[in-house]
Design a protein around this ligand. Structure first.
Ligand SMILES: *Cc1c(COP(=O)(O)O)cnc(C)c1O
Ligand code: SF4
Length: 364
């Protein structure tokens, strides 16, 4: 690895605000960082003009080659392929805009609400499914918007689970987060609060002892992150996960199945084993949404199902996420390889993960 930014000043690099300030934000900065990209600068600039570019010095330092065959490079560096338009793709593939009763709040399930508290991310994922929001205009919900969203939740007593998402909520400072968590905790019917953040992956410096000490006061609080490749489980990332786990915060992971990144049984096995070793439960493996600019990442669902079947033969259920497709019409739908061959009121005929059949008689 030859990253001049990573080699520079260790103490600054450990500061999350330094990491955010020093993000690579343009094609020119990318080329300065990876001179081999010179020939592709125009394509990168065109893609970055459409879908925002930001990469923390930390995440850039994990890239081994300036080439889209490198999975981490592929996850974060824009490429001309993003400009290929498909008529069926949109900027809001889950139709969240139609389920937004007040700005910043998405409600698609009876008992849960999603709060899009920040439009900023440390590093913009090229496969992001919230491209209508993330990085389009970096910023956060205003205090007035947040108050309206909280008032809406307070009026809807059926909401038991509130998810802070974005963008990335952990791009906010501790004080702003504490105010949001305190306002949500003051609502009696809000049972659990979740934070969806990719900071453990692209900005592990953010998970400071001060942050976890603040978060632990708002239990039960769950955190779901998004590791997509085992190489993202660095010493820094694992230390961040350990700090969160030690604070009693249950950890989950929502990967996205991405061509050329993690569409192999070996890579996914290593990723899921690594997550469990770090006390993170693989929760979802998402099929790529029909979002603009991601066609080069999509994997056929037949391949995804075959990968899940292979993983079931290799891994404990503890390490197996649910493979899901999120649809505007019906929400998240699990995709499962067929295990039920035939069923009637008398018995169930099944096929196990290694192909053997089994029969289960139903109660009389
Ligand atoms: C995914 C999602 C949730 C959370 O769903 P779980 O299956 O409980 O993790 C909640 N609200 C919205 C709008 C979502 O898209
Ligand atoms: S962290 Fe989430 S919101 Fe931000 S770019 Fe990645 S997928 Fe999109």
């Amino acid at each position: 690895m030859s990253s001049p930014l990573a080699a520079k000043n260790k103490s600054h690099a450990a500061d999350w605000r330094w990491q955010l300030r020093r993000r690579i934000r343009s094609a020119a900065e990318l080329v300065a960082h990876f001179p081999a990209l010179g020939a592709h600068a125009a394509g990168i600039a065109a893609a970055a003009a459409k879908f925002p570019l930001a990469i923390t010095p930390y995440y850039a330092s994990l890239m081994e080659r300036a080439d889209t065959d490198d999975p981490l490079f592929r996850l974060a560096v824009p490429q001309a392929a993003e400009l290929a338009e498909q008529t069926f793709q949109s900027l809001d593939p889950m139709g969240e805009g139609r389920h937004t009763p007040v700005p910043g709040l998405v409600r698609r399930y009876r008992d849960r609400a999603l709060l899009l508290v920040s439009a900023t991310c440390a590093t913009y994922c090229r496969h992001c499914d919230r491209k209508r929001l993330a990085g389009q205009r970096e910023g956060a919900l205003t205090p007035a918007q947040f108050r309206r969203a909280v008032a809406w939740i307070a009026r809807h007593t059926e909401i038991h689970d509130v998810i802070l998402s974005g963008g990335d909520p952990l791009t906010l400072g501790d004080a702003a987060l504490r105010r949001m968590l305190a306002a949500l905790r003051a609502i009696p019917h809000v049972e659990i609060i979740r934070i969806h953040s990719r900071a453990p992956v692209t900005l592990p410096q953010r998970v400071t002892p001060g942050l976890v000490n603040m978060l632990r006061r708002f239990q039960p609080l769950w955190l779901n992150t998004q590791f997509n490749h085992p190489r993202e489980l660095t010493a820094e990332a694992c230390a961040a996960l350990a700090r969160l786990a030690e604070a009693g915060i249950p950890l989950g992971n929502q990967s996205v199945l991405l061509r050329g990144v993690n569409d192999s049984a070996e890579v996914l096995e290593e990723l899921f084993r690594g997550l469990v070793r770090n006390r993170v439960r693989p929760y979802y493996l998402f099929q790529c949404e029909l979002v603009r600019g991601v066609e080069h990442f999509r994997v056929p669902t037949a391949r995804g199902l075959a990968l899940m079947a292979a993983l079931r033969r290799r891994l404990s259920n503890l390490a197996l996420p649910i493979y899901v497709l999120d649809t505007p019409a019906a929400g998240k739908i699990p995709l499962t390889p067929g295990t039920i061959l035939a069923a009637n009121s008398k018995r169930l005929k099944l096929r196990g993960p290694t192909g053997q059949h089994a029969v289960y008689p139903e109660p009389r």
